[in-house]
Design a protein around this ligand. Structure first.
Ligand code: C5P
Length: 231
C-alpha cells in the first residue's frame, strides 16, 4: 500500500456539489473518501454511485447496529453500490457481525466490513452508564477481538487503542483510526487525538482526517502535507 492510500478523507458535508468537488480534489491524492449519514441522508445512494463512478474508493460510514436479518439485507444493498468499506457497531454482537461479513459480496466488489469498537466521543464514565463494565481501552480490545472472531476483517478504533488492539489481534486485522490531528492543528471536538505519524507508527492501516483538510482553503495541499508527515 502506498502512503496516500492510507489517508481517508471524511466528507462530512451535506451538499452534493461540495462532496463531488472534494472527491475531485482528492483524486490521486487521498486513497478513500468517507461518506457518513449526513451526506447519505441528504443525497441518497445516487451520490455514492456518482462518487464511485469517478473511480474514488468510498468508505460508507453508516455504523449499522440492528438485528442480524436487517443488517444482512442492508449490507447486501450497500454492496450493490460498489463501496469499498462499510461500518457496523461491534456491540451489535457476534451474530450480527457474522451475517454482515457474509453479506458484503465477493471479489472483485467485496465490501470490507469494519466493526466500530468504542466511539471516541465516549469517556469511561459514559461507557459505564451505557452498561459497559470496563474502561474504553479494555472494552475496545475485547470488541475488536469479538469482531475478528465473528469474521470481520477490520475495526475502527481511537488512535490511543491501536497498539493494544494490534497486539491482541495481530497483523491481519485492518485498523482504521479517526481522531487524528496534524501537529499544531485545531482539535475541534475531538479529545483523544494523535498525529498522523504517531497513529501510523502505533499500527493503524488507515487514518481518517476530516476538518483539518476540509476546512482548509487549499484542501489538496493540506492532504499532501499530512501524507508527507507519515510517509
Ligand atoms: O473532522 P474530523 O477529523 O474530526 O472527522 C473525523 C471523522 O471520523 C468524522 O466523520 C467522525 O464521524 C468519524 N469518527 C470519529 N470517531 C469515531 C468514529 C468515527 O471521529 N469513533
Amino acid at each position: 500500500m502506498q502512503a496516500r492510500d492510507r489517508l481517508i478523507v471524511a466528507a462530512d458535508l451535506s451538499s452534493r456539489d461540495e462532496i463531488l468537488a472534494l472527491a475531485d480534489e482528492m483524486h490521486g491524492v487521498a486513497g478513500v473518501l468517507k461518506i457518513g449519514p449526513q451526506a447519505f441522508v441528504a443525497n441518497g445512494p445516487g451520490l455514492i454511485r456518482e462518487v464511485v463512478a469517478r473511480n474514488v474508493r468510498v468508505f460508507l460510514d453508516l455504523k449499522l447496529h440492528d438485528i442480524p436479518n436487517t443488517v444482512a439485507h442492508t449490507v447486501a444493498e450497500v454492496s450493490k453500490l460498489g463501496v469499498a468499506m462499510l461500518t457496523v457497531h461491534a456491540s451489535g454482537g457476534p451474530a450480527m457481525m457474522r451475517v454482515a461479513a457474509q453479506s458484503g459480496g465477493g471479489p472483485p466488489r467485496s465490501v470490507l466490513i469494519l466493526g466500530v469498537t468504542v466511539l471516541t466521543s465516549l469517556d469511561d464514565d459514559e461507557l459505564r452508564r451505557v452498561g459497559f463494565a470496563r474502561d474504553s481501552l479494555s472494552t475496545a480490545v475485547s470488541l475488536a477481538k469479538l469482531a475478528q472472531e465473528s469474521g470481520l476483517r477490520g475495526v475502527v478504533a481511537s488512535p490511543l487503542e491501536i497498539r493494544a488492539i494490534r497486539e491482541a489481534c495481530g497483523d491481519a486485522l485492518t485498523i482504521i483510526a479517526p481522531g487524528v490531528r496534524p501537529a499544531g492543528s485545531d482539535q475541534g471536538d475531538q479529545r483523544r487525538t494523535m498525529t498522523p505519524r504517531d497513529a501510523i507508527a502505533a499500527g493503524a492501516d488507515y487514518i481518517v482526517v476530516g476538518r483539518p483538510i476540509t476546512e482548509k482553503k487549499n484542501r489538496r495541499d493540506a492532504a499532501v502535507r499530512i501524507i508527507e508527515e507519515f510517509a
